[in-house]
Design a protein around this ligand. Structure first.
Ligand SMILES: [Zn+2]
Length: 297
């Protein structure tokens, strides 16, 4: 296996972050470029290549929002990147590229770089504006047949509950994503903070605002209930909680643990580890490390 660094690219809707990442997941150098989705994937690929010219690297990993055909190095569908689905990044980068779903990349990055020894089976959830996730089964990223495995934000945790951006009601995302938290805050707080961010809600809860405390309890309990389904299905070693909302720490982790303790069948919960590693560029790190991983197989 090559020990040369790999490049990771975390492609957001506005900016793409690029980083040169070593074998241990350390970012050696980084930069960013505007994504400009409308200019299309071929133009984007050219601009990435131009930006990393002169960097000493082996392969590039691209983390993109959407369903991924990893073997073809292409997106199967990409609601936020219109016109990008079907484009062969593999051809554009002359084979030196691995394409991965962005939430899968973030979970893999934290798994590989933040957990001291790599447990076999891990459920990862990313709490941002939306809620995404990734599943690691027997030490390998589990993508599923259509590359959609780990879309755990749209499991229903409250039938008939709050409206979700996907069109359903009661999805986990509608409670534990930042827009779900904001909606809970408008309902439960007498004077919600402005701007209504997860940071401001965490500060209000720490300052003793009872409404803010309830926001975190409700979000955390729904998150715990959603994760419990996956724990029952997969019996994992650990659960990883990532993303901006996870910075609330115990405010969101304590109700998750409480929801797990309330489960009647305790066996898969008793030895389950819960980690919320400090926020880093996990999407970029994971895309780079997955590119390295793919070279091994
Ligand atoms: Zn949904």
């Amino acid at each position: 296996m090559s020990v040369r660094p790999t490049v990771g690219v975390d492609v957001g809707g506005t900016f793409a972050k690029l980083g040169l990442v070593d074998v241990r997941g350390r970012v050696l150098r980084s930069t960013r470029i505007p994504t400009e989705p409308r200019r299309g994937p071929a133009d984007f690929a050219r601009r990435v290549q131009a930006r990393v010219r002169g960097w000493d690297f082996d392969t590039i990993g691209l983390g993109l929002a959407g369903g991924v055909d990893a073997a073809a190095g292409a997106l199967l569908f990409a609601p936020n990147l219109p016109g990008w689905a079907g484009f062969s990044f593999k051809r554009a980068f002359r084979g030196r590229v691995v394409v991965e779903n962005d939430a899968n990349a973030a979970v893999w990055g934290a798994y590989a770089a933040a957990l001291k020894r790599r447990p076999r089976t891990v459920v990862g959830v990313t709490l941002g504006t939306g809620v995404g996730g990734g599943l690691i089964v027997d030490g390998r990223l589990h993508r599923g047949r259509d590359g959609t495995a780990g879309e755990i934000g749209h499991q229903v945790v409250e039938p008939g509950g709050a409206p979700c951006h996907c069109g359903k009601r009661g999805c986990l995302e509608a409670y534990a994503g930042s827009y779900g938290l904001a909606r809970l805050a408008r309902r439960l707080m007498r004077r919600p903070p402005s701007p209504l961010t997860p940071e401001a809600l965490a500060a209000a809860a720490v300052a003793g605002d009872p409404g803010a405390g309830r926001v975190w309890r409700e979000a955390g309990e729904r998150l715990g209930a959603g994760l419990a389904h996956l724990v029952l299905a997969l019996n994992p070693d650990a659960v990883l909680i990532l993303g901006g909302v996870a910075r609330a720490g115990r405010l969101i982790l304590d109700p998750v643990r409480r929801a797990w303790r309330a489960q009647p069948f305790q066996v898969p919960f008793a030895r389950l580890a819960l980690h919320a590693p400090a926020e880093r560029e996990w999407g970029l790190v994971g895309a780079a490390l997955l590119a390295r991983e793919a070279r091994k197989h």
